[in-house]
Design a protein around this ligand. Structure first.
Ligand SMILES: [Zn+2]
Length: 297
């Protein structure tokens, strides 16, 4: 087996807006980790939440990646084309009697402080076409067990889903497949072996590991980089109206992200193009040099 076959990474943005510095940073971290490992790097568009999406954002994101020299392998996978696979996964979980309808009101859920109490567990979903009950979410039963992984960047991590979130949602009450389900099915489908992403998704990791296991899919290695915060200590996000990266200064943008990743460029690369910066950064990439809390200026 060639080294390339042992590593497949991915960047999986939602087309809810163009890339801002925080999402470029996450893309670059996963790209560098993949390329430094002689691995493949895929891009997957997580476009299964139409109410939150912005027309044209998917194309904009892909142009921004290319503009920054972050070229991906294979063709882009669009989650909107994968609904049959998610439905099939639901069927699998029905067979295992692991999922149930939840009709709890938002008001009731608010009283639970984010840890679902299993109130609707008796409403087991026993066939895939029994979604006669409208406006109900579907939850998956979780075990009262510690789920542990060796995070590639943070070191040992452990979480007990029963204590951190309880049975979680895999189909939303508006009928859309939940993020956790779609991501897990596609990470399995694309043979992803390494996931480098922002630590705002740290809570999602044990849920995805659990889903992958239940679906008989292999579990990748995970590494979580710190998310970039603004001066007020808030995560840079589209929801927080972080500005899109400046298309006219790709080299400067990459330089900024490299600095935030703990890669100190030699002075002769100051002001260099992305074509010069990226090969150097791949050579000098190290998971252990990433500072704990990068701050955007
Ligand atoms: Zn419920």
């Amino acid at each position: 087996m060639t080294p390339a076959a042992t590593y497949t990474g991915r960047f999986a943005p939602s087309p809810t807006g163009p890339l801002h510095l925080g999402s470029l940073f996450a893309a670059l971290a996963s790209y560098l980790d993949a390329r430094a490992s002689h691995g493949r790097w895929l891009v997957r568009m997580e476009d299964i939440d139409p109410p939150r999406e912005i027309p044209g954002a998917a194309d904009t994101i892909l142009q921004q990646l290319e503009n920054h020299g972050l070229y991906w392998d294979d063709s882009v996978l669009y989650q909107s084309q994968r609904l049959a696979a998610y439905q099939e996964a639901i069927g699998d979980l029905v067979d295992k009697q692991l999922i149930y309808f939840c009709q709890c009101t938002r008001a009731r859920l608010r009283t639970l402080n984010g840890i679902y109490d299993g109130h609707c567990q008796s409403q087991k979903l026993l066939t895939t076409d029994s979604r006669a009950i409208k406006s109900s979410a579907i939850r998956i039963l979780v075990p009262d067990l510690a789920i542990s992984w060796q995070d590639l960047i943070r070191g040992p991590c452990t979480e007990n889903l029963a204590k951190s979130c309880g049975d979680f949602i895999i189909v939303r009450r508006d009928g859309l497949f939940a993020y956790q389900l779609a991501v897990s099915v596609d990470d399995g489908y694309q043979g992803i072996t390494h996931i480098i992403r922002g630590d705002d998704l740290l809570d999602s990791t044990p849920r995805q590991m659990y889903l992958l296991e239940q679906l008989g899919l292999s579990i990748p290695a995970y590494g979580h980089v710190p998310v970039i915060k603004n001066h007020d200590g808030d995560k840079l996000s589209k929801q927080g109206f972080a500005p899109m990266v400046n298309a006219t200064t790709p080299g400067t943008n990459i330089e900024r992200c490299l600095t935030l990743l703990g890669i100190n460029l030699p002075t002769d690369l100051s002001g260099a193009s992305v074509e010069e910066l990226l090969p150097w950064a791949i050579k000098h990439w190290s998971r252990t040099q990433i500072p704990n809390v990068p701050h955007a200026r």
